[in-house]
Design a protein around this ligand. Structure first.
Ligand code: B12
Ligand code: SF4
Length: 471
């Protein structure tokens, strides 16, 4: 059996890396097609001649899935089509409701895909596989979810599955890795709470790879492509101090590549910062989200005070680690003055690289319900209304929306060069024209990306150019 994965965005997805790695150990061949890098996706599928087509999807890609699955099914009506990924886990019924989708994977896909491939190879009916939803006549049958994987260290990721079709990805100086799955917190803007609910009773949700296993994955990736620096893109890389004590010294000894990682302001202390720095960490990323403490805690349920943010930043600075923060603008209840507080808090903590996005509501999260209840979103808000990007326009009904959007566009510069703050305040209050500010988000994103990840100008240009269809 040969499976052809289809994804939208031009970078390796951890889900597919893991699935292809596991399936390889079971003698099942995978190929990956990245829709945004193909001129003719249908022709590309034809060339790969698969027995099964599998889409990996995030919620903002719902519209793309509907459109693309229809195109693919029309051309290959006889090939079964399954959809997996976080969007499938969260909304299996909505996905099975798409007429061109045959199956939906409602959990982690390693064992389920293997079972589905075996079943199809033996011409049996996949209806009995628990964890794979299907259609029975007019009925959508989602059924029970499968158990979560016990261990994340049973198989290695397969990066070559990407490089075979897209050799340029091999030359990206920065490569992403993931050490864990899951997060124990419940911030209201995030899907984590829904994911935990979906997996209730199905095993341990927060899991780490064995330190030696992660090292093996990095070494294997080094053997098949260039790596000059690493980003550990976990929800929270510093969640488990005991694990860090085991992993970081080994990493320092055996890999020693500069890296960037994630944390949460309450998960940073002197010991962690010291270990990170010693192992080669140059930048740590964490969520400030908003400079308004009330919004952050009462509305976003982040439960992180300004003081904790200030302390986290000070610890990182003390150890010579640069700070990248994630910030959201156009939040419900946010005023222009709150939005300026976000900029000021970042200036105060000495943020080196501010990632400034517009809050993107997703159906089903607590914050989206709050937005609907308070009139910021209409009652019929659904997948089809989600904006394509979290950089350009907000869809909330906010009184000072245009000015806050404009501030988001230039906040990278105001935070990086605080001397501009007074001028920025004047400009935002007095000039409303969107077209003046809109291009600045591209420049800011480019500069941030290149500097925070320590990659060359040329590599950053190549990387962003690859994303041109996504913007
Ligand atoms: C790492 C990460 C990223 C990385 C992705 C890097 C990468 N190489 O994949 C980066 C930083 C780029 C990223 C970006 C974004 N992310 Co992100 N990200 C994550 C994170 C922390 C881990 C995802 C992951 O890889 N997990 C590990 C893999 C193994 O799990 P998995 O993807 O679920 O795959 C398994 C199953 O889903 C299934 N499966 C997957 N694909 C398929 C396909 C088939 C055919 C089958 C059968 C099964 C199957 O099997 C897999 C293996 O078990 C999650 C948090 C989370 N809890 O998932 C958020 C998360 C996925 N991201 C999220 C979001 C919103 C985004 C963004 C849209 C922007 C934003 N607002 O932050 C962007 C845009 C991405 C894009 N499309 O351009 C949301 C998604 C919500 C949703 N409903 O879609 C999450 C859930 C965060 C959250 N808690 O809200 N992200
Ligand atoms: S800490 Fe991060 S990943 Fe965890 S629930 Fe909050 S926003 Fe989501």
């Amino acid at each position: 059996v040969k499976i052809c994965f289809i994804q939208k965005e031009p970078f390796p997805y951890f889900g597919i890396l893991s699935l292809a790695g596991y399936l390889k150990t079971q003698g099942i061949q995978s190929v990956v097609l990245i829709a945004n890098l193909e001129d003719d996706l249908v022709q590309a599928v034809r060339e790969t001649a698969p027995d099964l087509i599998g889409f990996s999807v995030m919620t903002p890609e719902h519209g793309w899935l509907v459109e693309t699955s229809s195109k693919i099914k029309k051309s290959f009506p006889g090939i079964p089509l399954i959809v997996g990924g976080i969007h499938a886990i969260l909304y299996p019924e909505a996905i099975l409701g798409i007429p061109d989708v045959d199956y939906v994977c409602t959990g982690e896909g390693e064992y389920l895909l293997k079972e589905l491939c075996d079943t199809l190879a033996n011409n049996k009916n996949p209806a009995g596989i628990s964890g794979i939803g299907h259609r029975s006549g007019d009925r959508l049958v989602v059924g029970d979810r499968a158990l979560l994987l016990d261990s994340l260290s049973t198989h290695l990721e397969d990066r070559e599955v990407y490089y075979l079709r897209y050799p340029a990805l091999k030359n990206d100086e920065l490569k992403q890795f993931i050490a864990s799955r899951g997060c124990p917190y419940d911030c209201s803007f995030c899907f984590n709470e829904q994911i935990k609910e979906a997996y209730a009773g199905k095993g341990t949700y927060v899991r780490m790879k064995e330190p030696e296993h992660l090292l093996k994955e990095i070494k294997q990736a080094e053997s098949v492509g260039i790596i000059k620096s690493i980003f550990f893109a976990d929800d929270l890389f510093t969640l488990n101090k005991k694990w860090l004590r085991a992993f970081l010294p080994l990493y320092q000894k055996e890999i020693a590549l500069p890296f960037m990682c994630t944390t949460r302001a309450n998960l940073m202390d002197d010991e962690i910062a010291f270990m990170l720095k010693a192992a080669g960490c140059h930048t740590v990323s964490f969520g400030v989200e908003t400079g308004c403490e009330r919004l952050r805690n009462e509305v976003l349920n982040k439960y992180i005070s300004d003081d904790e943010i200030i302390r986290c930043a000070a610890v990182l600075k003390k150890h010579g680690i640069r700070i990248q923060t994630s910030n959201m603008f156009c939040l419900p209840d946010e005023t222009l003055s709150d939005a300026f507080d976000t900029v000021r808090l970042n200036v105060r903590i000495g943020t080196d690289f501010a990632f400034a996005t517009l809050f993107m509501p997703f159906p089903g999260t607590r914050l989206t319900k709050y937005c609907i209840d308070h009139g910021y979103l209409s009652n019929d808000f659904n997948f089809n209304n989600i904006p394509r990007s979290f950089l350009h326009r907000s869809i909330l009904n906010l009184s000072d929306k245009e000015r806050i959007e404009n501030l988001q566009k230039i906040s990278y510069f105001l935070i990086r060069y605080p001397l501009l703050l007074g001028f920025g305040e004047y400009v935002i209050k007095n000039i409303k024209y969107r077209f003046i500010f809109a291009p600045l988000i591209f420049i800011g994103t480019f500069l941030r990306y290149k500097d925070e990840r320590r990659i060359s100008f040329f590599n950053a240009i190549k990387f962003l150019w690859r994303f041109r269809k996504s913007w």
